[in-house]
Design a protein around this ligand. Structure first.
Ligand SMILES: *[C@@H]1O[C@H](CO)[C@@H](O)[C@H](O)[C@H]1NC(C)=O
Ligand SMILES: *[C@@H]1O[C@H](CO)[C@@H](O)[C@H](O)[C@H]1NC(C)=O
Ligand SMILES: *[C@@H]1O[C@H](CO)[C@@H](O)[C@H](O)[C@H]1NC(C)=O
Ligand SMILES: *[C@@H]1O[C@H](CO)[C@@H](O)[C@H](O)[C@H]1NC(C)=O
Ligand SMILES: *[C@@H]1O[C@H](CO)[C@@H](O)[C@H](O)[C@H]1NC(C)=O
Ligand SMILES: *[C@@H]1O[C@H](CO)[C@@H](O)[C@H](O)[C@H]1NC(C)=O
Ligand SMILES: *[C@@H]1O[C@H](CO)[C@@H](O)[C@H](O)[C@H]1NC(C)=O
Ligand SMILES: *[C@@H]1O[C@H](CO)[C@@H](O)[C@H](O)[C@H]1NC(C)=O
Ligand SMILES: *[C@@H]1O[C@H](CO)[C@@H](O)[C@H](O)[C@H]1NC(C)=O
Ligand SMILES: *[C@@H]1O[C@H](CO)[C@@H](O)[C@H](O)[C@H]1NC(C)=O
Length: 817
């Protein structure tokens, strides 16, 4: 009864209160929020609102929190999820004993907050983060907070996981339906195994695992990594286990939500320009993310048919490997393993770590101690570093069948891959080595045959060298077979290459590079290679060439195409590179259908990769290389769409700190050349930076700088982009196939960086280390000056009218490209 009195008493006060400040973010014990009055709490920054609402088509009333400034009430939290109020009688208040209660019809309690602590004068406040807190009057301890009781939405600053000290679990649960916010089947939270991981569950069944945290990301969920927009924090110790994200770009609004109908975790960002939520991440992302699809020791590989393969050393249990209903049976060892057998461990890279239910974790052990521990315990099936940071540390061990493994796609940081070592019988390992030996023997024999039969006339005159050469060949093929990291550049014989490329058949031709034809080849052991057959005119002396090759081979970086070897025989000079199945970047970005494959995150990854590769050439390698011909067709893509710069070092390299030079022969490509290089032949690392700026613009817009034609004006891409930029309409440059999923802020940042690289005066352009930093930083960037965009026109003019010697050469070469 006294509640009622309190209500009546305070109602007039409350009325005044809300009339005079409708933006109140808190109420005290004598105030309340009522549905019939339509009163709400609004956070100080106006970002969130608390009040009553009816979801979807339902007429039931719920108390919830939603985005205040975003139309259409996107609800992020609901109080009385399972206990709706059927009319507008709802009242939220802090009752006289200090509890937060929601009263429904006839003043019955529809919901109350679970606070154990009580305070005399408590205040209910809606914070800017969207957190509703009950706190003591003097700023201070929270008695209760809504972030500890999440609904289906994960907001910035909200910890997902456990407070082990008080046994509190924060887990997301989806709404049953858009009309009903009561807890649905789908939930998402931490499982407290030794080696904890996040698990999405349907009821009590596992549905999707994140895999354990490896120091940088969750092994099966590399998507949840820090970006320019937000960063992540993972904590796991005796008192807490949680995962949290925080906004770096405070102006962006993003939320993650568990979606019952799609059975997905989805991350959305609010796009103000379009007035809509745009989804840019969802998990599970593909078939292979389905929990335990392939059974024990099965390895799920997207793109294989069937997707369920066995880990090497294992075979399918079921013969019907094509039948999805049989996949769950998984795989068994080729040879049974008992505790008496001699064993070893096979290393596997790029796998999602298996289910950690039965795992053990020791964060202080080294990989070696881990191996010994696992070796000496017959029930230990596999081990790995638990943390891949700083070269790896910690020990995780598995004691039961390994389940829910998959082959991961490209990670941003493939250098940090977490390897797992799986117990194998020694006999199995021996067999594998034997197979390797066999391959080598076959190669040796094949080469011997080729030398013996096909090249008799050739060999006779070089008999003295033959033995040395064959030995070289064998060495070389072993090198490739074993993926040796040795810096010695192997020599390939002409015969090997002729066989590999089907005698340079035109079917094997991949294209024409700046310095000759490129062929695809397959070595006898199955390795694919790309052979660049240098045109005679482009070769200097033999010794000079060899030196050059040795130098190029020393440049090793994951964003540079790797040189595998070379060949000089007779008139032929060739370079052998690793083969890139996805060919070059230009075949994607300028092709309407293939461009769709390159979503924003892939493009951004490509941009960062190119920048890192170039930085390495400019500053980090011992040699200081200026590429001089950076363009989309010189950026190759590996099977995971990682960019690799090719044709570097083909132009002259420099030692020491010489960063500028002058040249008589201008190499490079029309449309990518810096003005000072094209006109004066003056080149520096800054001319590469200019080319990078053009390339960046092309990746963002999907349009070629050269051949970019707008019907109305005769502007090139740079000028067109600059005009849009000046008119504050940068988004119109966005490649059409990026429109749906692009992260606007990253896009605009990249565009700005591009303009900084394109500035007329090379002193103004940033160097590559600044570019890399700018790509990854959140701080504001300088304002670019007008780019050098009319270079194309000036060049063609000078070629026709006056013809100073350098320009003539320039233009001839340019046109030839
Ligand atoms: C506000 O709500 C209370 C309780 O539901 C009611 O008594 C009062 O008349 C309402 N005031 C207004 C202005 O609607
Ligand atoms: C609401 O009802 C209409 C008409 O029955 C239906 O088309 C619509 O899908 C419903 N919306 C939701 C969210 O259930
Ligand atoms: C306040 O609400 C709590 C929780 O519903 C209840 O246990 C308590 O009795 C209420 N106090 C008063 C004075 O009504
Ligand atoms: C509320 O009180 C009215 C009248 O006393 C009664 O008819 C109704 O059933 C009550 N409703 C609830 C939900 O208790
Ligand atoms: C409140 O706490 C009790 C016991 O600690 C728990 O069983 C219950 O689920 C909690 N209620 C809510 C809404 O969290
Ligand atoms: C657990 O980690 C949190 C966050 O880093 C820290 O504040 C807390 O002191 C740690 N607790 C223990 C027992 O190490
Ligand atoms: C994440 O970003 C927030 C906001 O910029 C910052 O306060 C916090 O220290 C960052 N956390 C980590 C782990 O970098
Ligand atoms: C669930 O996903 C569908 C399709 O993407 C979307 O229309 C719907 O709004 C989502 N629901 C929630 C709660 O986000
Ligand atoms: C972890 O390993 C170290 C070194 O082997 C050992 O001293 C320590 O007791 C182990 N910790 C646990 C929790 O097993
Ligand atoms: C092997 O490890 C398991 C799991 O930790 C343990 O239960 C068992 O006692 C160990 N066996 C031996 C021989 O150490």
């Amino acid at each position: 009864m006294d509640i009622f009195a309190a209500v009546l008493l305070s109602s007039s006060l409350l009325f005044l209160f809300f009339v005079f400040s409708d933006a109140a973010d808190s109420i005290t014990q004598s105030q309340f929020i009522s549905d019939s009055n339509g009163t709400t709490l609004i956070s100080k920054d106006q970002g969130f609102a608390l009040g009553f609402f009816s979801p979807g088509n339902s007429t039931n009333r719920y108390l919830g929190i939603w985005y205040n400034k975003i139309p259409g009430k996107t609800v992020v939290w609901v109080a009385n999820r399972g206990t709706p109020i059927t009319d507008s009688s709802g009242v939220l208040m802090v009752n006289s004993s200090g509890s937060l209660v929601l009263l429904g019809q006839n003043l019955t309690v529809a919901w109350s907050a679970n606070s154990t602590k009580k305070a005399r004068n408590s205040i209910l406040q809606l914070l800017d983060s969207g957190n509703l807190v009950l706190r003591e009057e003097k700023e201070g301890n929270y008695l209760w907070e809504s972030f500890n009781y999440p609904s289906d939405t994960w907001l910035a600053g909200m910890k997902l996981g456990w407070d082990l000290r008080i046994g509190l679990e924060r887990r997301l649960t989806a709404w049953k339906s858009p009309d009903d916010p009561s807890p649905g089947e789908l939930s998402w939270g931490f499982e407290l195994y030794n080696y904890p991981e996040i698990v999405m569950k349907k009821g009590s069944k596992k549905f999707f695992r994140s895999g354990p945290w490896n120091g940088n990301f969750f092994s099966g969920m590399p998507e949840l990594q820090a970006t320019l927009l937000y960063n992540f924090t993972f904590v796991s110790n005796k008192s807490e286990v949680y995962f949290m994200f925080e906004m770096i770009e405070k102006s962006a609004t993003t939320r993650a939500v568990l979606n019952q109908s799609q059975e997905q975790y989805q991350r959305y960002m609010w796009i103000e320009e379009k007035k809509e939520w745009s989804m840019f991440l969802n998990l599970p992302k593909d078939k292979c993310d389905s929990y335990n699809l392939c059974g024990p020791f099965g390895n799920c590989i997207m793109g294989e048919a069937p997707v369920c393969q066995c880990v090497e050393g294992f075979k399918h249990k079921s013969l019907e490997t094509w039948n999805p209903e049989e996949w769950y049976k998984g795989c068994e060892r080729n040879k049974k393993l008992s505790c008496q057998d001699k064993i070893g461990f096979d290393k596997f890279s790029g796998l999602k770590m298996p289910d950690t239910t039965s795992s053990l974790l020791n964060e202080t052990m080294s990989l070696n101690e881990c191996r010994v521990r696992c070796l000496n315990n017959c029930t230990c099936i596999a081990y790995s570093n638990s943390n891949t940071r700083n070269g790896g540390s910690g020990c995780a061990m598995w004691f039961e069948d390994l389940i829910d493994i998959r082959q991961m796609a490209a990670n941003k940081e493939d250098a940090n891959s977490q390897d797992i070592y799986i117990r194998m019988p020694a006999s199995e390992q021996a067999a594998k080595n034997k197979r390797k030996m066999k391959v080598i023997v076959i190669i040796v024999v094949a080469i011997a045959v080729v030398f013996g039969v096909l090249l008799i006339p050739y060999c006779i005159c070089r008999r003295k060298n033959l033995r040395d050469k064959m030995e070289n060949n064998i060495m070389l093929d072993q090198n490739i077979e074993l993926q040796n990291e040795d810096l010695e550049v192997p020599f390939f014989s002409l015969a090997t290459i002729a066989i590999a490329t089907n005698n340079f058949s035109s079917d094997n031709k991949l294209g024409e590079g700046g310095f000759g034809l490129v062929y695809k080849g397959t070595l006898i052991d199955g390795h694919e290679i790309a052979v660049k057959r240098l045109s005679r005119s482009s070769i200097q002396g033999l010794n000079e060439f060899k030196n050059e090759v040795m130098l190029i081979a020393k440049l090793q970086h994951r964003n540079l195409v790797r040189l595998l070897g070379y060949c000089i025989e007779g008139d032929e000079t060739m370079l052998i590179y690793e083969y890139m199945p996805n060919r070059s970047l230009d075949s994607f970005i300028f092709d309407e259908t293939r461009a769709k494959v390159l979503g924003w995150s892939i493009r951004f990854n490509i941009i960062c990769g190119i920048a890192r590769g170039l930085l390495y050439l400019h500053e980090d390698s011992r040699l200081r290389i200026i590429h001089r011909d950076l363009k989309a067709s010189n950026v190759l893509l590996d099977s995971k769409m990682n960019p690799k710069i090719s044709d570097f070092g083909m132009a002259r390299h420099f030692g020491g700190d010489q960063t500028e030079g002058n040249t008589e022969r201008v190499v490079g490509t029309y449309g990518y050349m810096a003005p000072e290089y094209a006109i004066d032949g003056l080149f520096s690392v800054k001319s590469d930076v200019f080319s990078f700026g053009i390339l960046l613009l092309e990746i963002l817009s999907g349009k070629k700088n050269r051949g970019f034609i707008r019907p109305s004006q005769s502007l090139n891409l740079v000028a067109h982009a600059w005009n849009l930029w000046k008119e504050c309409r940068p988004l119109e440059l966005l490649d059409t196939c990026l429109e749906d999923c692009c992260i606007i802020l990253e896009f605009v940042r990249c565009l700005r960086i591009s303009f900084l690289c394109l500035q007329q005066h090379h002193e103004d352009r940033p160097n590559m280390s600044s570019v890399v930093m700018m790509l990854h930083s959140e701080s504001s960037l300088p304002e670019p000056k007008e780019p050098a965009c009319f270079i194309g026109k000036r060049l063609s003019l000078s070629s026709k009218n006056q013809s100073p010697s350098t320009n003539e050469i320039t233009v001839t070469l340019l046109e030839a490209q």
